[in-house]
Design a protein around this ligand. Structure first.
Ligand SMILES: [Ca+2]
Ligand SMILES: [Ca+2]
Ligand SMILES: [Ca+2]
Length: 219
């Protein structure tokens, strides 16, 4: 999922780099560009402590501020972005110790309320995603990634708080999908798909350990 991979690129790093450019090399940009950067890259300091509290930035270079980075002195706390500049935040980046990106939230429905939460792994790529498919803040789908590729997902389709669908993925397509049909929290039916996406087999009748006792090949 390239959207997810792109989503993990921390904007705060870009903001920090550009701030350095603006502050320390003010003469290096052509005049209109310099004026835009000066107008849109603003630092706000905490009145009581004098510490740097916020930096603004114009990521898409249209002259309007779309990115706000909240700081505690030199430490980045979070960055919020209004990518489409409609006044509602679409992206939140949360930073931990050492400026490490810990979590990215997105409002894919563009409501100003997060509906996707992404968690990076040690390689900096997304390792796990939580999704609210109804955009109501309630997580009902969980995804796991390896080297940027979706490998596994769980879903609470009837939103009763219990997973009822389990999927595995290979090369970007569903390889298996298992369903809990009697609502006991365990899969009762598993469908296996071939590399061309066609249904290959249907397994049913799980034993107490969860192994399917019946298998019908579909040809
Ligand atoms: Ca802008
Ligand atoms: Ca927006
Ligand atoms: Ca359920």
């Amino acid at each position: 999922m390239s959207v997810v991979q792109l989503a993990m690129l921390p904007l705060a790093l870009v903001v920090a780099l550009l701030l350095v450019l603006v502050l320390f090399f003010p003469g290096c940009a052509p005049d209109p560009e310099k004026a835009r950067l000066k107008a849109t890259t603003k630092a706000t300091y905490d009145k009581a402590t004098g510490r740097l509290a916020e930096l603004t930035f114009d990521a898409d270079k249209d002259g309007l501020v779309d990115t706000w980075t909240h700081m505690d002195g030199p430490r980045i706390l979070d960055t919020v972005v209004d990518q489409d500049e409609d006044g509602k935040i679409d992206r939140w980046e949360y930073y931990g110790e050492g400026g490490r990106l810990e979590k990215v939230a997105l409002s894919r429905a563009k409501t100003g309320v997060p509906d996707v939460w992404l968690y990076p792994g040690p390689d900096g790529q997304v390792a796990r995603a939580e999704l609210s498919t109804e955009q109501d803040g309630k997580v009902d789908r969980w995804e796991w990634y390896e080297q940027g590729a979706l490998v596994r997902a769980e879903e609470d389709g009837d939103r009763d708080g219990r997973v009822d669908k389990w999927e595995t993925y290979e090369a970007g397509r569903v390889a298996t999908a298992a369903f809990d049909e009697d609502r006991d929290g365990r899969p009762d039916r598993r469908l296996t798909y071939g590399s061309d996406g066609t249904l290959v087999s249907v397994e049913t009748d799980p034993d107490p350990a969860g192994a399917f006792r019946k298998k019908v090949e579909v040809r």
